[in-house]
Design a protein around this ligand. Structure first.
Ligand SMILES: Nc1ncnc2c1ncn2[C@@H]1O[C@H](COP(=O)(O)OP(=O)(O)OP(=O)(O)O)[C@@H](O)[C@H]1O
Ligand SMILES: [Mg+2]
Length: 351
């Protein structure tokens, strides 16, 4: 049996029962945005009874700061004539409870031309739990990135200060031994081999420490660290790299490490994949953002193609930017070089 074939009262009761059994809040408003329907889930969510809200303006369910914008949106929606739409697709919307508390919601809106005029129906869900879980995950990710950096920094420092120093001392002693045991040619050969090995070991320890985390980043700051990584890139690859950076740029953590790692990974990619003839790196503060760009004139690649599952560089770049609430764009095409650009908001950090 359909609703239309039921006597009016019974159809209405059935419809009300159906709406009340829904898990989502369902609210209808008329053309003047006055509440005409408020199901049980909505009553639970907002703390108002149907009697209390009936005929009242929808604004009573919306935090003050969103009211103007919201009614404009609904009017625009009414004018466009589309029948349904998800509200605030990328941003979380907030609703206002009777006790003045706010909670995040997911909502969609639809419109119906009823004989009495336009009827807008909002279906909404309390997403407090989801938002909290997302925030927890983001702060966990930020925390674990920070801990990883601290750990790298500690190991780098110990390698540099302890192991490299001990090896250097050992080298000094070996030189002394060589110079003071001139009589035995076999011992001289052995000592020369030992010295060569020690030189190699000192160089390796310093390189491993610097790759883990350049101590200049902690000791001299971001600008010196980026200068170092750029010089190091040119030394390793032979590709000239032009650096344009605000000499006075100072960033707090986690921004300094984040920006440094993004430049480092972008340059590593240029070295590994680009066969470039030249590279440009720029890092500038623009208002409340730091903007970095690494551009090469190399072979480029198709950005839309699925990446190899083991490639973590560009993914890591995006993850870092996301953790700092920033964004990254990678522009590239075969033969046209690659440009990696990131914008990170650093509001409230050191000038
Ligand atoms: N500057 C560039 N020039 C040309 N191709 C690039 C450049 N940067 C990235 N690519 C391409 O994009 C792919 C993905 O890069 P990504 O940094 O994610 O991974 P990877 O460098 O291959 O490995 P990983 O960084 O994990 O060691 C690369 O394999 C390469 O094909
Ligand atoms: Mg890479």
């Amino acid at each position: 049996m359909t609703f239309s074939s039921l006597p009016d009262k019974s159809a209405a009761a059935r419809l009300a029962g159906l709406l009340d059994s829904a898990m989502d809040g369902i609210i209808s408003v008329d053309d003047e945005q006055r509440i005409v329907l408020f199901n049980r889930a909505a009553q639970k969510m907002f703390g108002w009874t149907t009697q209390e809200v009936h005929g009242q303006p929808l604004d009573m369910l919306i935090p003050q700061r969103y009211r103007g914008g919201h009614s404009q949106q609904v009017r625009r929606f009414g004018a466009t004539g589309t029948t349904s739409r998800r509200m605030g697709d990328n941003t979380v919307l907030y609703a206002l409870r009777k006790d003045g508390g706010e909670f995040p919601i997911d909502a969609s809106i639809s419109q119906l031309n009823a004989p009495e005029g336009k009827l807008y129906t909002v279906i909404l869900r309390d997403v407090t739990e989801r938002v909290r879980a997302r925030q927890e995950l983001a702060s966990f990710a930020a925390e674990s990135t920070g801990v990883r950096e601290q750990e790298k920094s500690r190991i780098a420092r110990e390698l540099h200060d302890e192991l490299a120093q001990s090896l250097t001392a050992l080298k000094m002693d070996t030189i002394w031994l060589r110079d003071n045991s001139a009589g035995d040619p076999q011992a001289q050969t052995k000592l020369a081999q030992m010295l060569a090995l020690l030189d190699g070991a000192v160089a390796s320890v310093r390189r491993i420490a610097a790759d883990l985390r350049p101590l200049v980043l902690d000791d001299l700051g971001l600008v010196a660290a980026i200068e170092w990584v750029v010089q190091n890139f040119t030394q390793r690859t032979g590709v000239p790299c032009d650096l344009d950076i605000d000499e006075s740029l100072e960033l707090d953590e986690p921004f300094a490490t984040g920006v440094f790692r993004m430049v480092q990974e972008s340059l590593a990619n240029v070295g590994k994949h680009a066969s470039a003839r030249s590279v440009q790196v720029s890092v500038h503060r623009r208002g409340d953002n730091v903007v970095l760009c690494v551009q090469d004139d190399g072979v480029g690649f198709r950005t839309g193609e699925p990446r190899k599952p083991q490639s973590l560089g560009l993914v890591g770049l995006r993850e870092r930017a996301l953790l700092m609430r920033g964004e990254v764009s990678v522009q590239s095409s075969p033969g046209a070089g690659t440009r990696v650009e990131a914008r990170i908001p650093i509001e409230g950090t050191a000038e």
